[in-house]
Ligand binder design. Structure first.
Ligand code: DSN
Length: 455
């Protein structure tokens, strides 16, 4: 008989679970093991990735996963919620403290869900929204026609200049012309600071609601390395798994406007946002993920997290300089966050670069660039991020070595068509060995033998 309430019981269940998978479901156990191996022997430069902290991982796998808890703390539709109420209240309190917010909604399953919930709380189907074009670095949920945001709403897009900077004059002109009910700022492939104050000024001129999506820069915002939109925009959203090193999930925040009435509606922002999550969009929340978010927010207030985010910045600068030294076109000439956007040579597409690099154990993702002529499945650029390298404590010398390998691969690729290419097997083997050596020099923080004891 196992007492699940005891810490020993929890440890026992987690260890037994892994053993049971090995014994009774070897097919799945092999897949899980293979993924651990892949993450350890490859270098991830994907701008939206980082490894969850051990404490957030443990909270995700905790006994809270067994609880059904529709509603909010103190107002549940189920009994047996005293501990999940405490966990959710702690997550809310920590999110408010971390981001200086008045309202925090910790139940959204992802940032995309959070964006959908915000839009449905504050807009009517058919209302006009103004968001950043996907091709220029915006997110799918900011108005792309292949998502709800571009189908249920009349979505207008703004762009970046050829230097890769948001064209604020264009945003202003489009806002005046189309009078959107909501302006959305924040990006997924953008290497500059977002001027949230300027966005709010533009929104205020036409009485629009401003939504800031900080999914990519939440750690920079939390540590004050990027201006915060929380008390500038009406509403801010983020995921919790990119720079916050937490579980896959979403977060909705509101600052000084939280208790103001939504324009044209007889309800405050905080109440409208809460209702849009539950009962409008979601049923029972993933309370284990909420506990994991609490763990992530707690860690994000520590000096170690601050040091990690500082490394994200220095690593990004080192990578951008290394690419420039190799003659590559770094869009905008530099980075001000964790993202570096590279325009590839004409004959190399993003699709072939991504695949050739993966064959050499370097993981990046293809990305469209300003003035793009190719489809989003092909593209002319790469998006590179420094989050995972910062977790491996890769220093400047390491960054230069990584960029050197990337350039070697790209130099040796012989294009066949937009996606297909030839790459000598010896080149691949040689590069894989170099990556393996770098992975050993800069190991992914092992959850049992952490370099960062306080992570
Ligand atoms: N928004 C996508 C990205 O930036 O890669 C997925 O998180």
């Amino acid at each position: 008989m196992i007492n699940i309430g005891l810490k020993e019981g929890q440890d026992y269940l987690q260890q037994k679970g892994m053993k049971d998978l090995d014994t009774h479901d070897p097919e799945l156990a092999r897949i899980l093991d293979a993924e651990v191996g892949r993450q350890h022997r490859t270098l991830s430069l994907v701008a939206s990735c980082c490894a969850v902290t051990p404490r957030a991982l443990a909270a995700s796998a905790s006994a809270l996963v067994n609880v059904t808890a529709e509603g909010t703390p103190g107002r549940r539709y189920h009994a047996g919620c005293e501990n999940v109420d405490l966990a959710e209240s702690l997550a809310i309190q920590r999110a408010c403290e971390l981001f200086d917010a008045q309202y925090a909604g910790v139940q959204p399953h992802s940032a995309s869900s959070a964006n959908y919930q915000v839009l449905s709380a504050l807009l009517k189907s058919g209302d006009t929204i103004l968001g950043m074009n996907l091709d220029h670095g915006g997110h799918l949920t900011h108005g792309s026609p292949v998502t709800f945001s571009g189908s249920y709403y009349n979505a207008i897009g703004y762009s970046t200049t050829s230097e890769g900077v948001i064209d604020y004059d264009q945003v202003d002109k489009l806002a005046q012309k189309h009078r959107p009910r909501m302006i959305i700022c924040g990006a997924t492939a953008y290497s500059r600071v977002v001027d949230f104050v300027k966005f709010r000024e533009i929104a205020d001129k036409i009485g629009a609601i401003l939504l800031a999506d900080i999914s990519h820069i939440a750690g920079l915002v939390a540590t004050k390395r990027h201006q915060s939109p929380v008390n500038v925009a009406h509403v801010t959203t983020t995921c919790t798994h990119k720079q916050l090193a937490g579980p896959r999930g979403g977060l909705i925040l509101s600052g000084k406007d939280a208790n103001e009435k939504v324009p044209g509606m007889d309800i405050t922002f905080s109440k409208a946002l809460q209702k849009a999550v539950f009962p409008w969009m979601q049923g029972a929340p993933a309370v284990n993920a909420i506990a994991s978010k609490a763990a992530a927010f707690g860690y994000a207030m520590s000096p170690n997290f601050d040091a990690y985010i500082e490394r994200i910045r220095t690593t990004a600068d080192a990578i951008a300089s290394a690419f420039q030294a190799k003659g590559y076109d770094v869009i905008g000439g530099h980075t001000e966050n964790h993202t570096i956007l590279i325009r590839l040579d004409d004959n190399i597409t993003g699709a072939m670069a991504e695949e050739a690099l993966e064959q050499c154990s370097i993981i990046v993702n293809k990305n469209r660039v300003p003035g793009e002529t190719r489809s989003s499945f092909v593209t002319s650029g790469l998006r590179i991020g420094s989050g995972s390298l910062a977790q491996r404590y890769v220093d400047q010398e390491g960054c230069y070595k990584i960029v050197e390998i990337i350039c070697e691969v790209l130099d040796k690729v012989t294009p066949i068509d937009d996606r297909k290419f030839k790459l000598d097997e010896l080149v691949k083997e040689n590069c894989r060995k170099k990556v393996e050596a770098l992975c050993s020099s800069y190991p992914l923080i092992d959850y049992t033998e952490q370099q960062d004891q306080n992570m």
